[in-house]
Design a protein around this ligand. Structure first.
Ligand SMILES: [Zn+2]
Length: 345
């Protein structure tokens, strides 16, 4: 089976268009046409993981964090990123990253996995966002079907209820004999959609909108409830155990039971005000800075368990996703501890 079959499947769960603008998810090293010999899963594709892949005869590494975020101008091996890329290319190891696109999905995403481990119910995305665009086109009635077909082929959403309005029986036809077409698509398809439109109907006029949908199943963080409210210290211990955290840094307790819990794997401090606004009693995440802890201000308890600890079960999530679908190649969880942070306890 080829690498592209694997990446296409992963992106059917977490489309690459859902990644944040600063991210670099996708196939970072490797040829999508290469046949897979084995897959090694990790959070961070560090040098020791590339070596482990070589030892285990895996020619694909599936990592949560992209090893390359910014453009590389030279590959001299002067830093760990360059060394990893060079080694991966030398040994023909592909590196694929599935990062903020996996953070941003509700089903089979990073935060759903954390919520599951904590035993949360009634979960929903904490800060939903829209990745949807809508194109409104005024086109000659005779051309409308052709345009629709071209846009569907370019990735427009066929199942969308907005796919055509006012087309049947020429309803909505104006005095110029034009009909209005409305087509929805995910933001990542925008350039392909506009290219397809220009190719099939270069002269039509159109409006392009971003669709606001705050109930969307896509976005940052997650919020949910505990079936039975429990004491703050008991819940902090529960977090430590369930997330295998060496240490939990937390803010002043409020002497009230924990019922509603907000969470975000990785660096989630940007979601603090949203967690408070949505009535969370506790916000579980990582990478809070000293001064940011003050922002809890007795309105919520912040619990910071460390970046690696908050996301470590993402590897298990990816393992389950891949092994449930594919059985023609070996899949391994890395045996390498890729956490760059150590604790003296
Ligand atoms: Zn992360």
């Amino acid at each position: 089976m080829k690498i592209k079959a694997l990446t296409q499947y992963l992106e059917s769960i977490a489309p690459s268009s859902y990644q944040e603008s600063y991210d670099n998810s996708g196939l970072i090293v490797g040829n999508p046409e290469t046949k897979i010999t084995g897959v090694l899963i990790c959070l961070d594709s560090i040098e020791a993981v590339v070596e482990e892949a070589i030892d285990k005869n895996c020619n694909v590494i599936v990592a949560h964090h992209p090893i390359v975020f910014r453009g590389l101008k030279r590959l001299n091996g002067n830093n760990y990123v360059e060394r990893i890329i060079i080694k991966a290319i030398q040994y023909e190891i592909a590196i694929y990253a599935i990062h903020t696109n996996l953070d941003n999905v509700y089903h089979q995403g990073v935060n759903g996995k954390i919520a599951e481990r904590l035993g949360l119910i009634n979960t929903r995305i904490l800060a939903p966002k829209s990745f949807s665009k809508k194109l409104q086109i005024f086109a000659p009635a005779t051309n409308s079907q052709k345009i629709r077909e071209a846009l569907y082929a370019a990735g427009a959403d066929i199942s969308s209820s907005h796919s055509s309005i006012g087309v049947g029986n020429n309803a909505g036809k104006n005095s110029l004999g034009e009909v209005r077409l409305e087509i929805s698509f995910s933001a990542g398809r925008q350039s392909a959609i506009l290219r397809a439109l220009r190719a099939v109907a270069p002269d039509v006029s159109y409006d392009l909108f971003s669709v606001e949908n705050k109930t969307s199943n896509i976005g940052s963080g997650m919020i949910g409830e505990l079936e039975t409210p429990i004491k703050e210290t008991k819940f902090l211990k529960h977090i430590k155990k369930q997330m295998k955290a060496k240490c939990v840094r937390y803010t002043k307790l409020r002497n009230r039971k924990i019922k509603t819990v907000a969470l975000c794997g990785g660096s989630g401090s940007f979601l603090l005000s949203t967690a408070i606004a949505q009535g969370a009693d506790l916000f579980l995440t990582a990478d809070f800075k000293y001064h940011e802890f003050f922002d809890a201000d007795q309105r919520i308890v912040i619990a910071d368990i460390g970046h690696y600890e908050s996301e470590q079960f993402t590897s298990n999530l990816l393992y389950d996703i891949i092994t449930e679908k594919f059985s023609t190649f070996a899949v391994y969880l890395t045996g390498t501890n890729t956490n760059p942070v150590n604790y003296l306890v």
